[in-house]
Design a protein around this ligand. Structure first.
Ligand code: FES
Length: 344
């Protein structure tokens, strides 16, 4: 089997490979395959210029994507295109310009960097927004608005960090935080506990805001647990991690639903299923969400059930690097080591 690659102008002998993508990768051709060869992206696409008859017909997964993206008949997903017969194939790779290279390939190793490509992960997504902030901001000098926002965001960041989450995006007076990107352990529980604590912290802030500005802050929080693609975007010199996917949109809609439902903290059915033994819920709502079809069951979270094990585990993980062995003969360190052993 011979495959001639354009624009590489390389001929590859491919006798024992199953797909066009495997042939490229075995020959060291930097063939982009963002989703890892699972028919979930289209970055491996090629135009078959000659020898279509040596390729097996599209798989159902490839056909689905081809229909969605309106591929011409000669455009194939290399990862899905099985070489069916011996012959000569001429193809052109379609994702390969210098900017693609900068995005997808590590200059030092010449290998694809998964960091830049994205990875599918189920995570907990928390959106929070200040209610009526436009009116609040209009009544204050701009410097005071910045001051209030900075105090608010600082306190929210402390809470989110304490529960091992990350604020990923600030949007005006809103934020999106992610839990479970690095460590999936108890990700939804961490998000919900953070959400409840955020409400408490806002209440703690309010007396000083009332004293200074005769105004209070109210926030709404929405949490969902679902599949996303985590990747980095932006200039490769200063990339920024983000989460993309329907789950992110849904979390944002859930947060917005607080306004119409008169609630402060709503979680999705998926988030509830992960945390039902740890949360105290109030009302349940079956609602339609803007831009979404069907009905969604949302749960109003009123509180979380205290968990000393959760608190201790998290606190230690965040503050004490766990050594491989008791680090020294000093008594306090050995005591700490014994405590860690008990908890883990
Ligand atoms: S690598 Fe994503 S579809 Fe082929």
């Amino acid at each position: 089997m011979q495959i001639y690659y354009l624009p590489d102008q390389r001929t590859v002998e491919a006798d024992n490979v199953s797909t066009l993508l495997n042939a490229s990768l075995e020959a060291g051709i930097p063939h982009t395959h963002v989703c890892g060869g699972n028919a979930r992206c289209s970055t491996c696409r090629v135009m078959i210029l000659e020898g279509q008859e040596y390729c097996a017909p599209r798989t159902s997964a490839e056909q689905e994507l081809a229909t969605q993206l309106q591929f011409e008949p000669g455009v194939r997903l290399a990862c899905q295109t099985v070489i069916a017969q011996n012959g000569k194939i001429v193809l052109r790779r379609l994702s390969l310009d210098a900017e693609d290279m900068a995005l997808f390939f590590d200059q030092a190793t010449g290998k694809i960097t998964t960091r830049m490509l994205g990875q599918e992960k189920s995570i907990a997504i928390l959106f929070a927004d200040i209610r009526g902030f436009t009116a609040f901001a209009e009544a204050l000098p701009p410097y005071d608005v910045i001051y209030v926002l900075n105090r608010y965001f600082q306190r929210m960041a402390q809470v989110i960090n304490r529960h091992a989450g990350t604020i990923n995006v600030y949007m005006g007076d809103g934020l999106m935080a992610l839990f479970g990107v690095e460590n999936p352990e108890r990700a939804v529980e961490r998000a919900v506990r953070a959400g409840v604590e955020m409400l408490t912290v806002v209440e703690d802030l309010n007396p000083s805001l009332e004293m200074l500005y005769q105004r209070r802050l109210e926030i709404g929080i929405g949490i969902h647990y679902g599949g996303t693609v985590i990747g980095t975007i932006g200039d490769p010199k200063s990339p920024k991690m983000t989460a993309i996917g329907d789950a992110v949109n849904l979390a944002s809609r859930i947060e917005a639903a607080n306004k119409t439902l008169g609630t402060k903290l709503l979680i999705s059915e998926e988030a509830y299923q992960e945390t039902q033994t740890q949360v105290v819920v109030g009302d349940r709502f079956n609602v339609q969400l803007p831009g979404k079809s069907g009905e969604y069951c949302l749960y109003e979270v009123q509180d979380v059930i205290p968990s000393p094990a959760y608190d201790a585990t998290l606190a230690l993980k965040l503050t004490v690097p766990v050594p491989a062995h008791p680090p020294s003969s000093r008594r306090w360190r050995t005591s700490l080591w014994n405590l860690i052993q008990k908890i883990f």
